[in-house]
Design a protein around this ligand. Structure first.
Ligand SMILES: Nc1ncnc2c1ncn2[C@@H]1O[C@H](COP(=O)(O)OP(=O)(O)OP(=O)(O)O)[C@@H](O)[C@H]1O
Ligand SMILES: [Mg+2]
Length: 238
């Protein structure tokens, strides 16, 4: 599950690209967006307009889960279940049932949650085995990242890891935050990756196109995927 305290840290963007890179390693990946009324994964994954059913249809028993699964045309091996346009309750038990059912068809289930500790977060905690806390290098998202990480530890997730997103050259020169170590210490979770700020990445996400695979930010996400798969990948990204 991908979580953050504050909104806009990059959960949905990183969920899609993480799924894309896991899929590029031969894994079958299903990304479920748990953000009622605030759908965005469909655009980033290039499935906007192809989605007929969403997670709310599944949870309310109005459609079979398979019908709501849409394959990304941008990233072979990545499939998506979109969040509903309007709100809807996300129940932990229903999500667990869905996760169990999908585990026969997919190697990885990525749960992109809404910011904060609401229903989506609680439901994802009940189904997930790994929590990825996404922060940006600023005191507000760091402090809220700590709260989220603590909740994930308290929920008993076997693994809780930190992603620091939108890091720029000079970030720490004009920032009350000293360095990456301070980010890690504040959140209290082991780092799994640092993703640079990239306007090209944001532009690709907004346009629903595949980012240039040579982008440093995209490479950083690829490294996170490979670390999840158990590879030893050095942290430094040139
Ligand atoms: N590494 C990055 N560099 C530049 N922009 C980024 C990066 N990651 C994400 N963004 C941009 O930040 C904005 C918020 O990203 P995104 O929607 O993924 O965040 P979120 O955490 O899912 O937000 P929400 O809490 O509202 O669901 C988007 O405009 C996205 O393109
Ligand atoms: Mg989002």
């Amino acid at each position: 599950m991908v979580a953050s305290g504050k909104g806009g840290t990059g959960k949905s963007t990183l969920s899609v690209y993480l799924g894309a890179r896991l899929a590029a390693q031969g894994k079958r990946v299903l990304l479920v967006e748990l953000d009622s009324g605030l759908r965005s994964v469909d655009i980033i994954a290039g499935v906007c307009g192809r989605t007929v059913y969403d997670i709310e249809y599944i949870f309310s028993g109005r459609c079979d889960p398979d019908k709501a699964v849409v394959e990304s045309p941008l990233f072979p091996g990545l499939s998506v279940i979109s969040a509903p346009y309007s709100g809807g309750e996300i129940r932990p038990q229903a999500l667990r049932v869905l996760a169990n059912r999908m585990s026969s068809c997919f190697d990885y289930l990525l749960l992109d949650t809404a910011a904060g500790l609401g229903d989506a977060f609680k439901a994802a905690c009940a189904a997930a085995t790994m929590g990825l806390v996404v922060i940006t290098p600023d005191p507000v998202t760091m402090r809220d990242g700590r709260i989220v990480a603590d909740e994930l530890f308290a929920a008993g997730l076997p693994s809780v890891r930190l992603i620091i997103n939108k890091v720029m050259v000079g970030t720490f020169a004009r920032n009350p935050v000293r360095d990456l170590d301070e980010c890690i210490d504040t959140v209290g979770a082991q780092l799994i990756g640092v993703v640079p700020y990239s306007e090209e990445l944001a532009a690709a996400a907004a346009a629903g196109t595949a980012p240039n695979p040579r982008l440093t930010a995209f490479t950083a996400v690829d490294h996170i995927a490979r670390r999840i798969l158990g590879e030893e990948v050095p942290l430094a990204v040139r």
